[in-house]
Design a binder for this molecule. Structure first.
Ligand code: HBI
Ligand code: FE
Length: 285
């Protein structure tokens, strides 16, 4: 991806949200997606997510005006949401996170794309990622992740760090006294995966371990075959205190772990059947 921002974008790739420019049909897409998730998530999403959703009042009446959301978010944890045209270069992405700015896609998906789209739109980013940024511990983790990303880029180690992001920020599960709960944005913004990740016997669910996650490839085209479970959000911040230099060094000598493999050293929460992935492999769509 070229480092030159697209026409109309600023040097940091941000663009105005232009909230008044959204059409009624676009607001309708937000409302449909919001209503579906709001009905499903109590008892599935973790408390910090549900609290954040309320605190930011990501109301049901359409795409939120981020000027209003940012007043509350900044007051809570110092984070603000900035809007971008779509995926931005890694260096730009990490620079924003390192400065407590979350880059959200300005566009919203089309009505026929309700269930999946490759590029993060404003529903994935603002509904999926932003509520967790109201939690001080998670807010600290996301900034530390951004800082770590800038270092990883300079060390040519981005692929390892991208796995950490994928298996925590995007597809992470949290152990709670009431059972497993979702905190990952990729799950919480997806109706089907909000059910699959917690209820389906197919995927493995393993205790989070930083080095283990960094050796595990991930899928971008379908439900995950493994989910990693943290005991608390603090565990994420603790992980960022690791000496990543030594860890990257060690990882150079380690093979990737095949995605469905369970190692004898893994602490297993659910040993999955992998039935879903096998079925999809046998009958490609
Ligand atoms: N850009 N807008 C946007 N959103 C992302 O989630 C994103 C990105 N660029 C890079 C990127 N994610 C990944 O490289 C990181 O998750 C590692
Ligand atoms: Fe995301």
């Amino acid at each position: 991806m070229s480092l030159t921002p697209p026409p109309g974008a600023r040097a940091d790739w941000t663009i105005d949200q232009d909230w008044s420019g959204y059409t009624p049909a676009e607001h309708e897409v937000w409302i449909t997606l919001y209503e579906r998730q709001a009905a499903l998530l109590p008892g599935r999403a973790c408390d910090p997510f549900l609290k954040g959703l309320d605190a930011l009042d990501l109301h049901r009446s359409g795409i939120p005006d981020l000027k209003r959301v940012n007043e509350e978010l900044k007051r809570l944890t110092g984070w603000t949401v900035v809007t971008v045209p779509g995926l931005v270069p890694d260096a730009v992405f990490f620079e924003h996170l390192a400065n407590r700015r979350f880059p959200a896609g300005q566009f919203i998906r089309q009505p026929h794309q309700l269930d999946y789209l490759q590029e993060p739109d404003i529903f994935h980013d603002v509904f999926g990622h932003v509520p967790m940024l109201t939690d001080p511990t998670f807010a600290d983790y996301m900034q530390a992740y951004g800082q770590g990303g800038l270092r990883a880029l300079n060390l040519g180690q981005l692929h390892n760090l991208a796995r950490l992001y994928w298996y925590t920020v995007e597809f992470g599960l949290l152990q709670t006294p009431q059972g497993l709960r979702i905190y990952g944005a990729g799950i919480v913004s997806s109706h089907a995966e909000s059910i699959f990740a917690l209820d389906d016997p197919s995927p493995n669910r393993l205790a989070f371990d930083l080095a283990r996650v960094m050796r595990t490839p991930y899928r971008i085209d379908d439900f995950q075959q493994v989910y990693f479970v943290i005991p608390s959000l603090t565990a994420l911040v603790d992980a960022t205190l690791t000496d990543f230099g030594a860890l990257y060094q060690w990882l150079q000598s380690q093979w990737d772990i095949p995605i469905a493999t369970i190692l004898p050293t893994d602490r297993v929460i659910t040993r999955g059947t992998q039935a879903y992935a096998k079925e999809k492999e046998a009958n490609p769509a």
